[in-house]
Design a protein around this ligand. Structure first.
Ligand code: BGC
Length: 748
């Protein structure tokens, strides 16, 4: 349990930071490497361990952990114990819900004031937070679509821009560290954190994940936060789909599927990494020297901070049961290679690590290795050299119109049109629309978890100035009759709803699931709730065209209704501007252009990803029809009836492949088209995938125009891991595919 729901918001009028206070936070520690070494040489063992300790904000606030007194404020005795006595180097999170900017500035200001004035070495605290789709713990910040929706845009530029804005609005409250992006590749749709990922493909996760890192760690000093690659490694590969349960991952799969996003992010300069709470092949990752030192440090050459996840040292003892007590758990994690422990609710890690050092089981040199990394990140973030806590007026562009427009653009580009039978969409102006379903008038369903609170379900935090789908549609030239009709998990008033539905020309029914993440989001069945399925089915029996809108954390099964409705739009969790984005798409003011970043399953027990093996396509008649998802990876319609032609493949120098294709747009719409290039290795010593995404790009195709797109694929991109775990290229035939066009070519 890490947050408490149901708090009544009682925001005090927070004090702004005075200039005098700001002056106190001037340069105290110099920054070059020799100076970091010198600082290190002045530190006691206790102070070094302090730098490696990360505490929850609750520990230093008035009240009890998870039961803070409102409004949350620092308890100065507790803070002094942490920062002065224990020399704690990092604090995280909020006490269960978001704060207004002024309150954040007061809290962060006080923490840094004590660190800079009262601690012996005057080293500032590295504050970290989960700002995963905007600065979601800062009231009034710009909320973007969740990462899975961002992935549906296949647009790295938009993702980078969104991350830059998030960084700006996070740094605006003096927080320089963001626990984002999630680089876990989503291979199991049951997983409660599916929406936090960039989907099921390693390349998409790598490209968009590193775009996010570039955005967080951009050159704009005032908008620079450290990104955090999560969760190293294999977290999303759990067998059952339940959060933090065991994964069995063969080496080839680990390297081919789970590693690439992290590898690319390390090469992009990501400053920090968070460890996977789960286990791989029986070894909890927090205790795996092979992964945390062999792979992360020796092979990938990562030099930043490796922070544990929440209570994960303790969990080596309590949950994983690989350590008899907490002290042995601390020893194991230190041996494996962690730098900082997200303890986060007590001082046991600090006390036990001190005992281990005093007993000679952990060397001081081992501490130095981690503390050096921590101080370097503090230096890179500018914490050691300049004023730490900004003033409100330093951030005039907080939630600016430009930022909000960026969130709207992203939400619009994410909307994925999965079906559009008889061109029921776009809805004609002047139509009578019956708008219904639990997602039609809910901001929390649009935003999902990590929105103002951890689970994001508590509607008291909704920004009521934002437009739900209902409010957004009411602003359009249509006549809207709204009636909820059904709850997420229970019937409401079917007969009443049907009576109203029959008076309309088109029904828009918005269903899905309540926000959740991590353990609270575990499910036993991937099906959409019976209540909602029955409701939609009955609506389709009216004979009036039905547009189904899905607002969900993960792809809930809708096979019972998918063929009965006329159109399906997957809205994902599109954020604060999702209502507007959807309304713009439904009315045809923009064409949808999102494409599925995962395979939408049809059945509970057929959860194949698009890059499955050939044998997995074999059906009972020995044909190739066994792979029959509801909708395929990369699927997404537009209003423009785009067509692809002239696929050519040539070999260039070094046997790189030059692939060209033409896209024609006969319509009056502009489409931001995602062009996906798949190349299939026809025969290989390790069974090849039936399809594999090798590159993608985003092109604007104007009304009644043609665009030529060209890709250059170096031969190395056709390599794979062989049975010995070595990355190799094997000559032979390759099939190139864009949309339904295919060409085979031999590569020597
Ligand atoms: C999650 C992390 C998150 C951390 C801090 C953990 O429970 O797994 O993704 O960054 O909490 O909130």
């Amino acid at each position: 349990m890490k947050s408490i729901k149901g708090y009544i918001a009682l925001f005090g009028v927070a004090l702004l930071f005075s200039c005098a206070a700001r002056k106190e936070q001037t340069k105290n520690v110099s920054t070059s490497d020799p100076e970091i070494e010198q600082l290190l040489s002045r530190m006691t063992v206790r102070e070094k361990i302090g730098q490696m300790t990360q505490l929850n904000l609750d520990v230093v606030c008035v009240g009890e952990i998870y039961k803070l007194s409102e409004p949350h404020r620092i308890d100065s005795d507790k803070l002094r114990k942490a920062v002065v006595e224990y020399g704690v180097g990092s604090i995280l999170n909020c006490g269960g819900h978001a704060y207004p900017r002024a309150q954040w500035l007061e809290i962060i200001g006080e923490i840094q004031r004590v660190a800079m004035n009262d601690s012996r070495l005057k080293i500032p605290v590295l504050y970290g937070i989960d700002a995963i789709h905007g600065a979601n713990y800062v009231m009034g910040s710009t909320l973007f679509p969740q990462p899975l929706a961002q992935a549906a845009t296949f647009n790295a530029e938009l993702v980078e821009k969104g991350a830059q804005i998030t960084a700006y609005e996070t740094r605006a409250v003096g927080i320089p560290w963001n626990f984002s992006p999630v680089l876990d590749v989503a291979r199991n749709p049951l997983w409660s954190r599916f929406f936090e990922t960039y989907g099921e493909d390693p390349l998409v996760c790598a490209e968009l994940g590193t775009a996010a890192i570039r955005g967080y760690q951009s050159k704009r000093k005032e908008a620079f936060v450290a990104g955090c690659m999560k969760h190293f490694l294999g977290y999303s590969g759990m067998r059952t789909g339940k959060d933090r349960t065991p994964a069995l991952i063969p080496n080839i799969t680990l390297r081919e599927i789970y590693l690439p996003p992290f590898e690319k992010a390390v090469n992009t300069g990501a400053l920090t990494v968070m460890i996977n709470s789960g286990e791989i092949n029986g070894v909890p990752v927090h205790a795996s020297k092979e992964i945390l030192t062999g792979l992360l440090r020796d092979e990938l050459k990562f030099e930043g901070i490796a922070v544990t996840d929440w209570e994960d040292v303790m969990k080596l003892h309590l949950n994983h049961r690989v350590a008899e007590n907490l002290k042995e758990a601390t020893f194991l994690a230190m041996e494996a290679g962690i730098d900082m422990c997200m303890v986060p609710n007590d001082y046991q890690f600090s006390d036990l690590l001190l005992e281990l050092v005093n007993e000679g089981r952990i060397s001081e040199e081992r501490l130095n290795t981690s503390v050096r990394r921590i101080l370097k990140v503090k230096h890179v973030l500018g914490l050691l050299e300049k004023s730490l806590v900004p003033r409100m007026e330093d951030y005039p562009d907080f939630n600016s119109m430009a930022s909000r427009n960026a969130a709207l653009t992203m939400a619009q580009e994410a909307m994925t049109l999965l079906e559009n039978r008889n061109n029921v969409l776009p809805i004609k102006k002047g139509s009578k629309v019956f708008l219904t379903g639990p997602a039609a008038h809910s901001m929390s369903m649009l935003n999902g978890a990590w929105t103002r609170t951890w689970q994001g379900v508590d509607t008291i935090w909704d920004d009521t100035s934002m437009l739900t789908i209902k409010k957004a549609l009411e602003q359009k030239e249509v006549m809207v009759d709204y009636y909820k009709g059904v709850e997420v998990n229970a019937a409401l008033d079917l007969e009443g709803a049907l009576m109203r539905a029959k008076k309309s020309e088109v029904i828009v029914v918005c269903i899905g699931e309540n926000p959740s993440t991590e353990k609270p989001g575990d499910i036993d069945d991937l099906s959409m709730s019976e209540a909602q399925l029955n409701y939609v089915e009955r609506l389709t029996e009216t004979g009036i065209p039905v547009v189904l809108v899905l607002v969900e954390n993960r792809p809930l099964l809708v096979n019972k209704i998918a063929d009965k409705v006329d159109a399906v739009v997957l809205a994902y969790q599109p954020g604060d501007y999702g209502g507007q984005a959807l309304a713009n798409v439904l009315l045809g003011e923009v064409s949808p252009s999102g494409k599925l970043p995962f395979t939408y399953p049809r059945y509970n027990h057929s959860l194949l990803t698009y890059d499955h093996k050939y044998t997995e396509t074999l059906d009972q008649q020995f044909g190739n029809k066994a792979f029959r998802p509801q909708w395929e990876f990369g699927h997404g319609l537009t209003y423009a009836q785009l067509s692809y032609s002239n696929l050519t493949v040539e070999k260039a120098q070094g046997d790189a492949l030059i692939v060209k294709v033409t896209i024609s747009n006969p319509s009056g719409y502009t489409v931001n088209e995602s062009v996906l290039l798949f190349i299939r290795d026809m025969y290989a010593s390790v069974t090849p995938h039936t399809k594999k995404l090798r590159q993608f790009s985003k092109v604007k195709v104007g009304p009644r125009s043609q665009v030529n797109v060209s890709f250059t694929v170096p031969k190395e991109d056709l390599m794979f891991y062989n049975a010995q775990g070595v990355k190799v290229f094997e000559p032979g035939s390759f099939e190139v595919q864009i949309e339904s066009l295919k060409k085979e070519i031999r590569v020597p």
